[in-house]
Design a protein around this ligand. Structure first.
Ligand code: S3P
Length: 447
């Protein structure tokens, strides 16, 4: 455990290129492994979560040449349904995306595999994916409460289904579509509120037949099973969920002016930018000409500090910014007036119970908050909060980074008890922020 203290910084200035998108990087490895031939992936996120997926795909028979020095990763696939039985347990560390998507991919492979993870991941619910996959004919043995470790009893006899998941979750949708790849016929997932569509976009880049339609019940994504996926060149955009931290930091630290180039701005991911604009942030996005990188829109984003005002964030925006509530909560803590996040019960089953971690951490920093089962109200006073607290990060990278950003403006420094999980999504976070002018001191080896 490495504690890190965040002290008051001066203005942030300069350009910060954020690492590759985590969601897209996981998908690139899993889908490339399902093609026949070699796929080059540029800008893959080399962080613990994605490295866990890479190691798992190697254990499942894919040949992977790791990039090194920023070069492309090369993945030699085994074709749809062609993975090999792993000799050992697949350890997915802290990564819910790796665990849930792999469960879908493995349900349709004719061998057994066992998934495990760290203390945080082993506490997270898997029933949301195993339920629909069982309706396809998948079989699983989990620990009590549908938790990891879990054995996937794979089969080459999955059936296609039409599923309307209860939660708006890209992990659930993707698990079903990946299982659908190995089933004969068409597998459909219908969403009342659309979640990120990286799987659908990337499947198309690899030549799969994916149809998106509006129906009376919501948006339907349909994949036709048993395609021969062809290798493609994938360019992973900068992760908007990582860019969120410097963007909010620059917004709340007076005199700041920073740019974050080549960030993925898929509209199903960009809810944070909408919120910041509504709060009065001085933000400009310049879409890049060749707009789509591997099927994903990207833009250069510039942000200057500005006084922020509280807003109501509606529940329907949640899927487009599900990982950005922790950092938006820090902006809300500095804004004038109240900000309420509605319909965010899903935050309770992330890497930690983010709703209660945020409420407790903000209260410890002197911010007035009200927490319900699925909402959080943050009463900002239009000035930085007192700070002077040590925050429990609960094995959660985004809780850790959010409070490290807040500590840059609080009256007293803010300490997080453990920074080790920052490496799951944003290796070099404190160094990159330090280059802009942020000030941190680590007790032990830094994140
Ligand atoms: C992700 C989907 C989201 C998000 C997670 C990454 C993905 O989870 O919180 O960090 O890559 O599909 P849910 O789909 O469970 O909301």
């Amino acid at each position: 455990m490495t504690a890190v203290t965040s002290g008051a910084a001066g203005a942030l200035r300069g350009t910060l290129r954020v690492p590759g998108d985590k969601s897209i990087s996981h998908r690139a490895l899993m889908l490339a492994a399902s093609t026949v031939g070699e796929t080059a992936v540029h800008g893959l996120l080399e962080a613990d979560d994605v490295l866990a997926t890479a190691t798992a795909m190697e254990a499942l028979g894919a040949t992977i040449e790791r990039g090194g020095d920023g070069g492309p990763w090369r993945i030699h696939g085994r074709g749809v349904g062609g993975l090999a039985e792993p000799v050992n347990v697949l350890d997915l560390g802290n990564s819910g995306t790796a665990a849930r998507l792999l469960t879908g991919l493995l349900a349709g492979q004719p061998f057994n595999s066992t998934l495990t993870g760290d203390a945080s991941l082993s506490g997270r619910p898997m029933a949301r994916v195993t339920g629909p996959l069982e309706r396809m004919g998948g079989r699983f043995t989990c620990r009590t409460g549908n938790r990891l470790p879990m054995t996937v009893h794979g089969t080459d006899r999955l059936r296609p289904i039409v599923e309307t998941p209860e939660v708006a979750s890209a992990q659930v949708k993707s698990a079903i579509l990946l299982a659908g790849l190995t089933a004969p016929g068409k597998t459909t997932v219908i969403e009342r509120r659309r979640s990120r569509d990286h799987t659908e976009r990337m499947l198309r880049s690899f030549g799969a037949d994916v149809v998106i339609e509006e129906t009376a019940d919501g948006t339907a994504a349909t994949v036709t099973g048993q395609p021969e996926l062809e290798p493609a060149e994938i360019r992973v955009p900068g992760d908007i969920s990582s860019a969120a931290f410097p963007l909010v930091a620059a917004s709340i630290i007076e005199g700041s002016d920073i740019s974050v180039p080549a960030v993925g701005t898929n509209p199903l991911r960009a809810g944070l930018l909408t919120c910041l604009e509504e709060m009065g942030a001085k933000l400009t996005r310049r879409p890049l000409d060749d707009a789509a990188e591997g099927g994903e829109p990207i833009a250069d984003i510039r942000i200057e500090s500005a006084p922020l005002a509280g807003i109501d964030v509606p529940p329907e925006r949640a899927p487009s910014m599900i990982d950005e509530y922790p950092i938006l909560a820090m902006a809300a803590a500095c804004a004038a007036g109240s900000t309420t996040f509605h319909g965010i019960g899903e935050l309770r089953v992330k890497e930690s119970d983010r709703l209660s971690a945020l409420a407790a951490g903000l209260a410890a920093c002197g911010v007035e908050v009200e927490e319900t089962e699925d909402s959080l109200a943050i009463h900002g006073r239009g000035e930085p909060p007192a700070g002077g607290a040590t925050i429990a990060a609960h094995h959660d990278h985004r809780i850790a980074m959010a409070f490290l950003v807040l500590g840059q403006v609080t009256g007293q420094p803010v300490t997080i008890d453990d920074s080790s999980t920052i490496a799951t999504s944003f290796p070099g976070f404190t160094k990159a922020m330090g280059n802009l002018g942020a000030v941190f001191s680590a007790q032990g080896p830094g994140p």
